[in-house]
Design a protein around this ligand. Structure first.
Ligand SMILES: [Zn+2]
Length: 353
């Protein structure tokens, strides 16, 4: 009770915080805004232990997805519960929690595996900040067994989106023990898609990557082959590596026309593409698709479905997905973080509030 009262006083006493706000193309500012507070009785307020920059943040940063107004950025988060609304039952202040980039009640019909399509879904934003309001806290957040050691926090943070998304790509592509898997895209999601495919028992994991630093990491995560060619040349190379058959499962982790066609054309008849790259300008020809005999399944990853299992894998030390962070910056250097990812100097940037 004492803790609860102290926490309440803390959050009520705080008027403003400083976080990342996107104003327009390449105009990201670290600036003061109103501190998040409980709005709905189902909300929780978190003090974030770590946050990061997502590949999908680069779409609005580059002006490809325009922002209508100054927008608080960030949707990957983990941290300590500071305060909960009156209706929150499963969480209490002081717990370490991880949530998805999409909120969910975790009770509606869609939440049966597809929590990122929850009828009450909201997409999170404003997580590149020290404090965050999470709606539908009971259905969105999952607590760790205890407070994690500091060196585990980067790996736990990946569960919030980038690992959860790579994992969904592998599940959507129906990766099974013994199968041959191709991963299109060597961004952070693609790298962790390789890890997911390996964990799910794939025998052969072919990563499509042309960047030496990323090639080394995909090897660590379990890639057995690397293909540096792209487009039709990349497809031809995949066919060559699979005796002309194509892959059983292909993870599409980019979202462009070229990457989507590369994925579909690399898949064997009867095989599956799991696509998690947010499509930008992707248009498929119905008749061409018809004759491929390829399953397509994707969308915004239902990360909430995988949170408990992925937290377990990290907690037990079986996986170390936090290796995707190759640059760590204090939160107030978030603008440099965006530049580093935009210029591909960094795979993924972790921010310490
Ligand atoms: Zn729901």
């Amino acid at each position: 009770m004492n803790t609860q009262r102290t926490m309440n006083r803390q959050t009520m006493g705080r008027q403003t915080i400083r976080g990342a706000v996107l104003y327009g193309p390449r105009d990201i500012r670290f600036e003061e805004r109103e501190a998040p507070r409980i709005v709905e009785p189902t909300d929780a307020i978190l003090r974030l232990s770590a946050t990061c920059i997502c590949g999908s943040d680069l779409w609005p940063y580059r002006g490809i997805s325009p922002v209508a107004e100054p927008t608080p950025m960030g949707h990957e988060y983990c941290g300590i519960v500071e305060e909960v609304g009156k209706a929150v039952k499963s969480l209490r202040p002081g717990q370490f929690v991880i949530g998805s980039f999409a909120t969910s009640d975790n009770t509606c019909a869609h939440c049966d595996g597809y929590q990122s399509s929850c009828v009450h879904r909201e997409f999170m934003s404003g997580a590149q900040a020290p404090v965050l309001r999470v709606p539908l806290a009971d259905g969105t957040l999952v607590a760790t067994p205890e407070l994690p050691p500091a060196d585990m926090i980067p790996s736990l943070l990946t569960v919030s989106d980038v690992l959860g998304t790579g994992w969904f790509a592998a599940v959507a592509a129906d990766v099974q023990p013994g199968k041959t898997v191709v991963v299109v895209g060597d961004g952070a999601v693609g790298l962790l898609g390789v890890l997911a495919a390996k964990q799910l028992g794939a025998e052969r994991v072919i990563a499509m990557s042309r960047h030496p630093a990323r090639q080394q990491l995909v090897r660590e995560f379990g890639a057995t082959d690397i293909v540096t060619e792209r487009g039709d040349a990349g497809v031809a190379r995949i066919k060559e590596l699979t005796k002309g058959v194509g892959a059983d499962a292909v993870l599409e982790c980019v979202g462009t026309q070229e990457s989507m066609l590369q994925a579909i054309h690399s898949t064997r008849p009867g095989g599956s593409v799991g696509y998690v790259g947010v499509p930008h300008g992707v248009e498929l020809n119905g008749e061409e698709l018809f004759y491929t005999h390829v399953h397509l399944h994707g969308g915004p990853a239902p990360v909430r479905r995988f949170l408990p299992d992925l937290i377990d894998l990290v907690w037990s030390g079986k996986i170390n997905p936090g290796k995707v962070f190759d640059l760590t910056l204090p939160l107030d250097q978030v603008t440099e973080g965006y530049r580093a990812m935009d210029e591909r100097r960094a795979i993924k940037v972790l921010l310490r509030p």
